[in-house]
Design a protein around this ligand. Structure first.
Ligand code: PEP
Ligand code: MN
Length: 337
């Protein structure tokens, strides 16, 4: 951290600041300019509150040097993390293709979709048993029964299961069935939940909050990593903008930005990012071109009757087409599907 003193700060004020730096266990490096003095605080500044100094007489402002996250940063770990989920590796050369319905609605629905997405080239099966719905009157998911159906689909298809956990007290239960614990956009800053999945041994798919910055997403990942779980994948799922034609706005920038800032694999979700099925495949291609390590796509055999997110769900044959198109883009950027 750099502390910039006000022009005309007195020697006593400067001394007061350097003494406080000392007390906190850091070293101070003084640089006296012609107009101002700046003080470098030597050491890991992350535990420091900038207010500690900004309230002191003679201090103009503080400037952070390090990113506020550490374990999630590419500075801390240069190599991209490869997350092992069963036989699938996420973050390597091959793209992860997660697909399935928004919600598990019934045994026949999930099994039909699971076989169809497997056939089309999916490497993992998604499906929510606990659904974070904006309205309390909307379908809330099948709960444990949904988890059991997901486990049966895994047995039949061999596809690993990605499913959402919404509460800390459900982490153990969902972990019994899931291969990957999804943290939904609405829970990205539910710190109790982040710590709970941080203590789990299951890999985590952390979705970006719809009103969260890239840095906030990385700070949430830091919670999980700092609790001991290093198997974290990030997911760009679209953010709120002034645009209303689409449900959200896929932040394509976030893909290369995250790849630059963090070693964690990054997954793109063009289904929630657009909210409209005709836009899903084109945006999926853009996400892969931008460097995403995988996609998560909502697929339903009967979107008209889907209990959630039908408007953004692809029919299986359209998903198969998306996989074929994505393969071409993947090859162009040195990846495989
Ligand atoms: C979902 O994946 O169905 C979901 C609810 O996603 P998000 O948390 O990104 O809205
Ligand atoms: Mn959904």
């Amino acid at each position: 951290m750099i502390i910039v003193m006000k022009a005309g700060a007195s020697p006593a004020e400067i001394k007061h600041v350097t003494r406080r730096i000392d007390e906190l266990g850091y070293a101070a490096h003084l640089s006296e300019g012609t107009e101002r003095t700046i003080i470098g605080v030597i050491g890991d500044e992350r535990p420091l509150e900038s207010a500690t100094f900004e309230v002191m007489d003679g201090v103009e402002k503080t400037i952070s040097i390090l990113p506020p996250y550490k374990l999630a940063s590419r500075e801390w770990r240069r190599e991209t993390t490869v997350v092992d989920v069963g036989t699938t590796k996420i973050g390597g050369q091959e793209l992860a293709m997660m697909a399935g319905p928004c919600s598990v609605e019934s045994r026949s629905q999930l099994l039909e979709i699971a076989h169809a997405v497997k056939e089309a080239g999916a490497t993992m099966l998604r499906g929510g048993a606990y659904k974070p719905r904006s309205s309390p009157y909307s379908f809330q998911g099948m709960g444990v029964e949904g988890l059991e159906i997901l486990a049966e689909a895994r047995e039949q298809t061999g596809l690993a299961i990605v499913t959402e956990v919404m509460a800390p007290d459900k982490v153990d239960l969902v972990s019994e069935y899931a291969d990957v614990l999804q943290i939904g956009a609405r829970n990205m800053q539910n710190y109790a939940l982040l710590l709970a999945v941080g203590k789990s041994s299951r890999p985590v798919l952390l979705k970006r909050g719809m009103m969260s910055t890239i840095e906030e997403l990385l700070m949430s990942a830091e919670y999980i990593l700092s609790a001991g779980n290093y198997n974290v994948m990030l997911c760009e799922r679209g953010i709120r903008t002034f645009e209303t034609y689409t449900r959200n706005t896929t932040d394509i920038n976030a893909i290369p930005a995250l790849k630059h800032l963090t070693h964690l694999p990054v997954i793109g979700d063009p289904s929630h990012g657009t909210g409209r099925w005709p836009l899903v495949a084109p945006v999926a291609r853009a996400l892969v071109a931008a460097g995403a390590d995988g996609l998560i796509i909502e697929v339903h055999h009967d979107p008209e009757h889907a209990l959630s997110d039908g408007a953004q769900s692809l029919k299986p044959e359209r998903f198969a087409q998306l996989v074929r198109e994505t393969r071409l883009i993947a090859e162009a950027v040195g990846r495989t599907v």
